[in-house]
Design a protein around this ligand. Structure first.
Ligand SMILES: [Zn+2]
Length: 157
């Protein structure tokens, strides 16, 4: 009967999940043999659930762990987004470098190719625009391939 009184005091905390492992075990064992305490624990459960939804100055270990897990998941998600943004910036930069490099090569051989393609492909902005478009296309294809590969990996994970 002494245990009954002791457990009775812990029932509200038990419903809130705020007990230590030892206390939880004690309550669990007692309510299996005591209908009165089992009923009271059941009565506390919906109240404890409602209380958990309110912001509490002293969060239970359950709430703290759930919040930490959610924060960790969010951080991991954000880290992945940052990584994706870095990859896209890298791809775009590479595309630009390739564009400029190939333009320099084209400019170097343009006296020969320019005569084949026509005078407008010589030292003009049209030639550079064509190469820029080509560079952006290559960068875009690389970005799309990367995105498709990543989605495939996530599906496997
Ligand atoms: Zn009892």
């Amino acid at each position: 009967m002494i245990e009954h009184d002791k457990v009775r005091e812990l029932l509200a905390l038990a419903a809130a999940g705020a007990l230590t492992a030892a206390e939880e075990k004690q309550v669990g064992e007692h309510v299996r043999s005591c209908v009165s305490c089992a009923n009271e624990l059941d009565a506390w459960r919906p109240i404890a659930t409602e209380l958990r939804r309110l912001p509490t100055p002293q969060p239970s270990s359950w709430l703290l762990q759930a919040t930490l897990a959610r924060a960790e998941a969010k951080l991991a998600d954000e880290a992945e987004h940052v990584l994706n943004r870095h990859i896209i910036i890298f791809v775009v930069t590479l595309a630009w470098l390739l564009t400029i490099a190939s333009w320099l090569v084209f400019d170097f051989v343009s006296p020969y190719f320019g005569s084949l393609l026509g005078p407008q492909f010589g030292h003009t902005w049209i030639g550079f625009a064509a190469f820029t478009a080509l560079g952006w296309l290559a960068g875009g294809v690389a970005a799309v391939m990367l995105a498709v590969r990543q989605r495939g990996e996530r599906r496997l994970a």
